[in-house]
Design a protein. Structure first.
Length: 422
């Protein structure tokens, strides 16, 4: 997700009270979203093209590029309503205003933007900033509060940097402190960040897991959902185009860690802009620059339809436990009380979600290149209830023992009931 590469924000002297989510309902809580950044450009805004978004299993589209103008956003919203999807607008009037902000201009433009979109049934949130340094958090808190003042039903969305940002970019000594400062100062209704692991010649595997671990912990501590923007394109000199299994792996490991929103970067391939402050050559997103589907469209579509089913079955459950296995060995402390995993040289993420006296467990293959085979034996206090959903996975049940074979990037979600207090 890219917004701030278009401008440099001057700190603005607004009231820097936290954007308060106390004493009001969070409209993004207990919900699961599959989304994508970069809607079709204005010359391609037709019902057919917007229907293709919904057909890919995307239920939230973030406006980008030249679809940021109010006329294009309204056109997008009209088609989106018929297609049954939500919209997060990024209005160019907002981007222009905060290049050289004053309290008067910011207050006025927020009032205009919320008036223009707040009554539209497709509106989910307002996209207001991408990848800020921590020094901007007080100003962003003031902006968020002003949006809430004008439209309390639709929160502002601020998308954060991943840990591979330098300390100078983060404005904090490390990623956890960056996340904590953001939550403390801005007090958001959703914690959103991006992570693009598949680089030219290298995969940021450990960083992917470390960031998910930190974001999961900090969002749970603050009782807010977290979203992650994941990779679905290439950028010349930086990102490679993910394979089918790499697409699956990103989605299903994020699901196991408790993500309530999995959004793809990008849907429509952005055009090259040599005059941009940070010119990038994007290629082979879900839709290419000429409006044609790429193989990535089908990869994302395949996993999104599983996510929409499984994610919604987990949306209001507490992602209470997480465990990661590498070559059959547990990494870190054993924290899942549900059962034991054994019999194999497996790479696996196990996320346990609790609600009342039941537990739903996500078993996600932590490899995009090899299948994982293992046996899961629930503790005596847990009883198998049902298979919520499986994606490229086989399960053989013998009494209470479950034997799994999960293909690269695949996943299974199983429900257990508690027979007695554990």
């Amino acid at each position: 997700m890219k917004i701030i590469s278009l401008f440099i924000l001057t700190l603005l002297c607004l009231t820097c009270n936290s954007y308060s989510n106390n004493m009001k309902q969070n409209p993004l809580a207990n919900k699961f979203y599959t989304g994508a950044y970069n809607a079709p450009p204005k010359n391609y805004l037709t019902q057919k093209k917007i229907n293709e978004i919904a057909e890919a299993g995307i239920d939230v589209i973030v406006a980008g590029g030249d679809s940021e103008c109010p006329k294009s956003i309204h056109t997008l919203m009209n088609f989106a309503e018929k297609a049954g999807i939500k919209v997060i607008p990024i209005d160019y009037r907002w981007i222009k205003t905060i290049e050289k902000p004053t309290q008067k201009t910011v207050t006025a433009i927020i009032k205009k933007i919320t008036k223009d979109y707040s009554d539209n049934p497709t509106l989910l949130a307002y996209g207001i900033y991408d990848e800020p340094a921590a020094g901007l958090f007080p100003t962003l808190s003031a902006y968020a509060k002003e949006f809430e003042k004008n439209d309390s039903a639709h929160p502002p969305l601020i998308n954060l940097l991943p840990s591979y940002g330098s300390p100078i970019q983060l404005g904090a000594p490390n990623f956890r402190e960056y996340i904590r400062e953001y939550i403390k100062i801005v007090n958001p209704l959703v914690l959103s960040y991006d992570y693009y692991p598949f680089r030219d010649g290298v995969t940021l595997f450990d960083g992917w897991h470390n960031d998910l671990k930190i974001v999961r912990e900090e969002s749970r501590n603050s009782n807010i959902p977290f979203w992650i923007f994941v990779q679905s394109e290439g950028i010349t000199g930086g990102l490679k185009v993910p394979t089918r299994e790499e697409i699956f792996w990103q989605a299903n490991t994020a699901l196991a860690y408790g993500a309530r929103g999995i959004l793809w970067f990008c849907y429509w391939t952005p055009p090259y802009d040599p005059e941009s402050k940070m010119p990038e050559k994007h290629f082979s997103a879900m839709i290419d620059i000429k409006g044609k589907k790429t193989p990535v469209y089908d990869y994302v579509k395949e996993v999104n339809h599983f996510l929409q089913k499984a994610g919604k079955q987990l949306a209001d459950w507490d992602n209470k436990y997480i465990a990661r296995y590498k070559n059959g060995k547990l990494i870190g402390k054993k924290i899942s009380p549900v059962g034991n995993v054994k019999d194999g040289n497996f790479d696996l993420i196990v996320g346990a979600f609790t609600k009342n006296k039941k537990v739903r467990v996500v078993f996600s293959n932590d490899s995009w290149s090899k299948k994982t085979v293992f046996t899961f034996i629930p503790k005596k206090s847990f009883k198998f209830v049902k298979n919520i959903g499986s994606f490229h996975a086989k399960i053989i049940q013998k009494n209470e023992t479950l034997k799994f074979e999960i293909k690269p990037g695949g996943c299974s979600v199983i429900e257990f009931s508690t027979l007695s207090a554990d």
